[in-house]
Design a protein around this ligand. Structure first.
Ligand code: SF4
Ligand code: SF4
Length: 213
């Protein structure tokens, strides 16, 4: 790299740091103190996912293969970039982690072995813990309904999931026409199939301190 290019890179890095926003911003001087606090949001995500967020080198292969990229406000790799650069609020407020279907396409395609699906999980967790106003409220309700079924039955119970989701959203007729076909193909059991060790599942929920939001 030429010396001019090196200077430009350094300038860019300084400008990224000075623009970074997080809840740790000093109100009087309007500067971020995140770099001197013990743990940054990026560190927290790295810890939760057992992988360093700086591993990602922004090749974009994940976003190119993401089946729901079209519906997202920010490409999946850009959410990683926001976290790398300290724009935590923008990343936490994004729709992208909530629209992520956890399909793992990105994680299997990544040349750096970065598990982006796991990264999205951590972003969602932190957003909830910090009380970020989630714009995709129905998706949050779907997550809650799904986890309730696991808590009660030890596995997914589709009819219960649909019923709870509809009660939460009051969107009673959405996808109603797919129900008969699903039932005929055995995808929609009327009664739940509980696992034997439901107590074990409940204790996992207790230990992980999963709270209803
Ligand atoms: S494929 Fe991997 S390295 Fe490339 S942008 Fe996505 S997460 Fe980053
Ligand atoms: S896990 Fe999420 S971000 Fe990754 S490809 Fe699937 S939907 Fe996209």
């Amino acid at each position: 790299m030429s010396s001019n290019a090196l200077k430009d890179t350094k300038k860019l890095q300084v400008s990224f740091v000075s623009q970074a926003s997080d809840k740790d911003t000093c109100p009087k001087k309007n500067i971020t103190t995140d770099h001197i606090s013990k743990k940054t949001t990026a560190d927290e995500i790295s810890e939760r996912t057992f992988q360093d967020v700086s591993l990602c080198y922004q090749c974009g292969k994940c976003s190119a293969g993401c089946p729901v990229r079209y519906y997202m406000d920010i490409a999946p790799n850009k959410v990683v970039r926001l976290i790398q650069l300290g724009f935590y609020e923008d990343a936490l407020k994004s729709d992208t982690p909530w629209l992520c279907a956890g399909c793992l396409t990105c994680s299997t395609r990544c040349p750096k072995g970065f598990d982006l699906a796991k990264f999205m999980d951590a972003v969602r967790e932190i957003a909830l813990e910090r009380g970020v106003d989630v714009s995709q409220k129905n998706i949050l309700k779907f997550h809650e309904a799904f986890l309730d079924q696991i808590r009660m039955h030890g596995r997914s119970y589709e009819a219960g999931l649909v019923a709870e989701y509809k009660m939460k959203t009051l969107d009673l007729f959405q996808d109603i026409d797919s129900a008969p076909g699903m039932y005929l193909k055995g995808k929609l059991n009327i009664l739940p199939h509980n696992i034997k060790d439901r107590k074990g599942i409940k204790s996992i929920f207790k230990k992980t301190k999963l709270k209803k939001t």
